[in-house]
Design a binder for this molecule. Structure first.
Ligand SMILES: [Zn+2]
Ligand SMILES: [Zn+2]
Length: 329
């Protein structure tokens, strides 16, 4: 995708007015209005293609305050009836990061009030007793991995507590490719099977998770949010560090995409083909011996209970779930 300079004399293929954007992978020139429409249609097509919303009436959406999840909230809300949803509920976790968290929270509140969407705002300090910076300090582990595991745990447990049919996540194509290649380059064993557009529910411990932005480029989301006037958190998370591997992967992927527009999309589709996703369904899920949440660890202790054992001297999965019950009803 590239934004055209004024006066390039290309016309929108839908309406013939002056084009503002060229979508390279689709070889399309579009005006602002039809570009917005095009991105929304791509998301709708992903939902249809992978049957993401089949059997889903009540949907939870995890909102960080960034462009990805807020754009998703706009698209889903605007098309709510068309896609057969009866209710969309937002969930935002206030991590207690000075400045950054307040701003994220404001962006989420603004979007939800504009969209008339019910939204739960939960503070990590209320749920676990400590804010994210405090947990990071005490755990001595990489900030992004601590933050990721806590958010995954809360989103899953909240979906189950609320009894929604699924939870939608704001992960886009570049997120998924980056995760996949980073682990590969670091030789980290990871569950590639979980990178598909849908993770099915299991028993009553794993909530169904959807990625409607699965086939959307990050740069398209940035431009979409900007053109739609969505106010997103402006500052970067202070824990975000300069990861050389991530930077190298992004540069490499962008070079390949530039050389062959559409490359990222075809790579993504090959990584998470349907046969691979089917293998996921037959995979065994272990449950945490302390809190009953799902885990891949054969020692039957989930990542959150392990982390809290280390930080508080006791596993706090059950404690957190009890708090969720209080705050969500
Ligand atoms: Zn147009
Ligand atoms: Zn646990």
């Amino acid at each position: 995708m590239s934004v055209l300079a004024p006066g390039t004399r290309k016309s929108c293929y839908k309406c013939g007015r002056e084009a503002e954007v060229m979508v390279r992978y689709a070889r399309l020139y579009l005006c602002r209005e039809h570009y917005i429409e095009y991105i929304e249609e791509r998301i709708m097509k992903t939902i249809e293609k992978y049957g993401l919303l089949s059997g889903v009436k009540r949907l939870l959406i995890a909102l960080s305050g960034g462009k990805d999840s807020l754009s998703l909230a706009y698209v889903l809300s605007r098309n709510k009836e068309k896609i057969g949803l009866t209710e969309i509920i937002g969930l935002h976790i206030d991590l207690g990061i000075n400045g950054y968290s307040e701003e994220s929270r404001e962006s989420v509140e603004k979007a939800c009030s504009e969209l008339g969407m019910k939204c739960f705002i939960l503070s990590l300090k209320d749920l676990l007793g400590l804010s994210l910076p405090e947990i990071i300090r005490k755990s001595n582990r990489p900030p992004c991995s601590v933050c990721g595991l806590i958010k995954r745990y809360i989103i899953n447990a909240a979906s189950i507590e609320l009894g929604v049919d699924a939870v939608a996540m704001g992960h886009h194509m570049d997120d998924i490719l980056l995760f996949y290649l980073r682990n590969f380059l670091l030789g980290v064993k990871s569950d590639y099977l979980k990178l598909g557009p849908v993770i099915e529910a299991k028993d009553t411990i794993v909530a169904k998770k959807l990625r409607p932005l699965y086939e959307v480029y990050e740069e398209d989301l940035s431009l979409y949010a900007k053109l739609r006037g969505i106010k997103t958190v402006g500052t970067e998370c202070p824990f975000k560090h300069n990861d050389h591997i991530e930077k190298a992967i992004k540069e490499m992927l962008d070079k390949l995409e530039n050389h062959a527009p559409g490359y990222k999309l075809s790579l993504l589709r090959r990584i998470t083909s349907s046969e691979k996703r089917e293998a996921l369904l037959s995979q065994e899920v272990f449950t945490c011996k302390y809190c009953g949440s799902p885990t891949n660890n054969k020692d039957n202790i989930c990542a959150l209970c392990k982390l809290t054992q280390n930080v508080f001297g006791e596993p706090r999965g059950l404690y957190l779930k009890q708090k969720l019950k209080e705050f969500l009803h």
